[in-house]
Design a protein around this ligand. Structure first.
Ligand SMILES: [Zn+2]
Length: 309
């Protein structure tokens, strides 16, 4: 009896704790920047296409001193939603425009973003991927004479005065196989940029569409150094990714899946069972995660969706 009372009280406090750290807010509130000073903030854009194509990934990061980074810009059909989100924040200048990897659902929106905003630097890995979408954004870099910075494993750069970004993956040398880019989906996904953001005690990890095979390589290379509080789930939360060794090494408090189509909720369930609080843009809408650098986080999601199981 006493034990069950203790359990009930624990559950009650746990619910209060979760309720205190996650709030529900409108689109305008998610993209309101009035509270951003002094915080590292990630805004995960909920994109929807009416073409049937995957809408892709796009995340806006802002540093405590107001620098702006956009990691990926969605499919071309979702580019308007990325531009709208940035405009809602009052942004006119993007300091770092980062391509995790050159698949259309990540870089398809780049030309539209490059035309709508002033770009400081474009950052990509060294991968060459001859497709119309890759060619389109490379042509836009040339047309605007933008600074193009190539990132690879071991690079470290500053995101404003207070945030350090470590590039964990991939290598600068890309070992293309005969016949590339035929049948290269997994090959290209496995060369996604993996970047760890550190602000004081707070850590966030973004690693594009890595599959489990590349995740295991990261675990072998870095082990517990992958430990982060906030993780953008690889490959939109698909079961190709988020293998157990990677989940254990990262052990995120908060996991966000940017996805408009989920084939199943298996990966979601695995993260929840691991103890992570998981958000899926398709269900939670646009999601904002911010921290003052003390290892605690405030989350604002448009919808308070949570799968019961
Ligand atoms: Zn993708």
């Amino acid at each position: 009896m006493k034990k069950s009372l203790v359990s009930t009280l624990c559950l009650f406090f746990l619910i209060c704790l979760v309720a205190a750290s996650c709030a529900q807010g409108s689109y305008a509130q998610v993209y309101d920047t009035n509270d951003d000073a002094g915080k590292l903030t990630a805004r995960f854009i909920n994109m929807i296409t009416d073409t049937g194509d995957k809408s892709g990934d796009a995340t806006i990061l802002t540093s405590p001193d107001g620098k702006v980074m956009l990691i990926d810009a969605g499919d071309p059909a979702a580019a308007g939603q990325v531009v709208a989100a940035l405009q809602e924040m009052g942004i006119t200048h993007i300091d770092f425009l980062v391509a995790s990897h050159p698949h259309v659902d990540h870089i398809g929106g780049f030309p539209a973003v490059m035309q709508a905003f002033e770009i400081g630097q474009v950052m990509t890995s060294y991968i060459v991927y001859p497709t119309v979408y890759y060619d389109a954004y490379m042509a836009e870099i040339t047309a605007q004479d933008l600074e193009h910075v190539y990132l690879s494993r071991g690079d470290v750069f500053a995101f404003g005065d207070d945030v350090t970004v470590e590039v964990l993956w991939p290598e600068s040398e890309i070992a293309y196989y005969d016949g590339y880019p035929q049948s290269s989906t997994q090959f290209v996904n496995n060369l996604s940029l993996a970047m760890k953001f550190t602000y004081g005690e707070s850590k966030m990890l973004f690693s594009g569409d890595l599959y489990s095979s590349a995740e295991r390589e990261l675990v072998a290379l870095y082990g517990d150094l992958l430990d982060c509080d906030v993780l953008k789930a690889n490959h939109h939360g698909d079961s190709t990714s988020s293998c157990k060794p990677f989940r254990e090494a990262v052990s995120p408090q908060i996991t966000v899946m940017i996805s408009d189509i989920l084939s199943d909720l298996n990966t979601y369930k695995k993260f929840v069972k691991d103890g992570s609080t998981v958000y899926i843009t398709h269900y939670n809408g646009n999601v904002k995660v911010s921290t003052i650098g003390d290892g605690t986080y405030q989350v604002l999601a448009e919808q308070a969706w949570e799968f019961g199981f």
